[in-house]
Design a protein around this ligand. Structure first.
Ligand SMILES: Cc1cc2nc3c(=O)[nH]c(=O)nc-3n(C[C@H](O)[C@H](O)[C@H](O)COP(=O)(O)OP(=O)(O)OC[C@H]3O[C@@H](n4cnc5c(N)ncnc54)[C@H](O)[C@@H]3O)c2cc1C
Length: 510
């Protein structure tokens, strides 16, 4: 029986295992996971009667195959959730018996509500040309925004960096307001020092023109155009108990159909012979492999495999950004709901808020109640917030204790007027190393790394850090599906695996 060793039980590794084991062929599949729970960055932790994603994870893909895959694991809600009932929300409920009040295995349908917090005011995110936005910006600033946009449409800047990429799409004024500071917080670098490639993946076809078209469509009451950009999508699915619930379910299914998931197994060595991987080791434990599928960070993969020096110089210098998320349970927010979407106790209806305020280090804030009331202790009495800090080791944030982090988050939320005098009832901090693979530094020489790794006939690099690419869950899963497909058909062509989230065809599906 073909032995397949998969490194990592995050979305990519679990999808690869499930695809291989559910196809009816005989494979001996072992997943080696460094952590103690499945889901990787998409896991959900349990703490103090609440649950917390490592940054809220919405389930949305432009690729119908992924949406169907998710739906086959957990059904979409067919009846209102407790907060839907209270707020009399109308939703496109599915047929069937997935009632979130009675069953736990349910994907909730959630409204994508999020704002940018800029100069003590809230602007719709994705950027929307609403009357409120024009009012909040004031007439002179709106005129400035439009004039600067027209200017850069007339004379476009060379897209040599992320700053120019944004300016070409939004104009210099809007870029300065909504993108410059946040990008700097996220990457710890100014956008002019970051490759435009990141923007091309994240923002794709979004621009002020797309925003205007979207606004016009809404005003005219027409249906959404089929190529509505990812960032403008207004609803998403979310498992009742957090994104990790989906991956725990997949892990259970993988085990049920014969896969072996071994936790607390950090891969430290990969043995090769004649251009092939022969085994994978975790300390003294050795796992023979006919195929090796890796979702571990490329930087560590190169070390484990004993890559030559010219490759190691690139991989050792690959940049990443870490994430620290601090959960805070509070009674109330100072912010109140001023929009049209109804909310419980009139608190903000947002799932997350981008903080564009140079006075604080806080990058983004989650309101987990709005993701799912079932992940919050007393969801109608308390608010479960997630304060997100992007950091790197040595910058102070990464070194703070949980107590210091909770103190910092509460202080910053008060300083910018989000939190009032409401005390923090409970806190919990999670650290996510290498949360963001970055596109600067030695990344420009990544081509040689890929060629080197591809030279191993039976090594497949999948997922987010596994490819060093800003892949969301759907892209990570697609790299796994392509890999499983290649192994099943005995293909050795890795191009389709690396093409996910680069190739136009993948962007424009659906
Ligand atoms: C703040 C934040 C918010 C996000 N929001 C969304 C969202 O809303 N929607 C969305 O689709 N995506 C979102 N993402 C992206 C999503 O988290 C990733 O796309 C997804 O988790 C990647 O899956 P993966 O399996 O490739 O990698 P990971 O999730 O990183 O999993 C890799 C696994 O490999 C294990 N591993 C690493 N090294 C080793 C080793 N040496 N040995 C053994 N095991 C190892 C890790 O422990 C981990 O479990 C978000 C990411 C972040 C950081």
């Amino acid at each position: 029986m073909k032995k397949i060793v998969i490194i990592g039980a995050g979305p990519a590794g679990l999808t690869a295992a499930y695809e291989l084991l559910s196809c009816g062929k005989d494979y001996d599949v072992t997943l080696l996971e460094a952590g103690s729970i499945p889901g990787g960055i998409s896991a959900t932790v349990q703490c103090g009667g609440c649950r917390m994603d490592l940054g809220g994870h919405r389930l949305f893909s432009k690729d119908e195959r992924i949406m169907n895959w998710w739906k086959s694991i957990m059904p979409v809600q067919s009846k209102p959730a407790c907060d839907d009932k209270l707020l009399c929300r109308k939703k496109p409920y599915a047929c069937g018996s997935a009632d979130p009040e009675k069953s736990d295995s349910v994907l909730l349908i959630r409204d994508r509500v999020s704002h940018i917090y800029y100069k003590n005011k809230f602007y719709n995110y994705p950027v929307e040309l609403s009357a409120k936005m024009l009012h909040d910006l004031s007439l002179p600033l709106t005129a400035k925004v439009l004039a600067s946009y027209v200017r850069c449409r007339i004379s476009k800047l060379p897209e040599t960096n992320l700053e120019n990429f944004y300016i070409n799409r939004f104009g210099r004024e809007l870029y300065k307001m909504f993108f410059e500071g946040y990008t700097q917080k996220l990457w710890g670098k100014h956008p002019r020092d970051i490759s435009a490639q990141w923007g091309a993946q994240r923002v794709k076809g979004l621009s002020l023109t797309a925003v205007m078209k979207d606004t016009l469509h809404k005003l005219l009451g027409s249906k959404k155009s089929s190529n509505t950009e990812t960032s403008l999508i207004e609803q998403f699915w979310y498992p009742k108990f957090g994104s990790g619930q989906l991956w725990q379910t997949v892990a259970d299914k993988v085990t049920a159909i014969g896969g072996h998931i071994l936790y607390d197994r950090k891969v430290t060595g990969i043995q090769t012979n004649g251009g092939r991987i022969v085994s994978v080791s975790c300390g003294s434990e050795i796992f023979p492999a006919d195929e090796c599928i890796s979702s571990m960070p490329i930087k560590e993969l190169a070390r484990a495999i004993g890559a030559p020096e010219n490759i190691r110089t690139i991989t050792d210098a690959l940049p990443y950004r870490d994430l620290v998320i601090v959960g805070l349970l509070v009674k109330d927010l100072r912010l109140k709901n001023t929009g049209k979407k109804p909310s419980i106790r009139n608190t903000v209806p947002d799932c997350w808020i981008y903080v564009q305020d140079k006075r604080v280090k806080l990058g983004r804030m989650q309101v987990f109640n709005n993701w799912s009331p079932y992940i919050v202790k007393d969801p109608f009495e308390t608010l479960w917030l997630g304060a997100e800090y992007f950091c790197s080791s040595g910058d102070g944030i990464a070194e703070m204790t949980d107590k210091q982090l909770a103190g910092l988050a509460a202080k910053e939320l008060r300083r910018i007027g989000i939190l009032g005098s409401s005390p923090v009832l409970y806190y919990h901090a999670e650290r996510v190393p290498k949360a963001y693979p970055a596109y600067f530094g030695s990344y420009s020489r990544f081509g040689s790394v890929r060629r080197y790794l591809d030279s191993f006939d039976n090594l497949w690099c999948i997922g987010r850090n596994g490819q060093h690419r800003y892949n969301n869950m759907d892209h990570s899963m697609m790299t796994a599906i392509e890999t499983a497909g290649a192994i099943k058909s005995q293909s050795r062509d890795k191009t389709p695996v690396w093409s996910v989230n680069t190739d136009k065809a993948y962007h424009e599906k659906k």
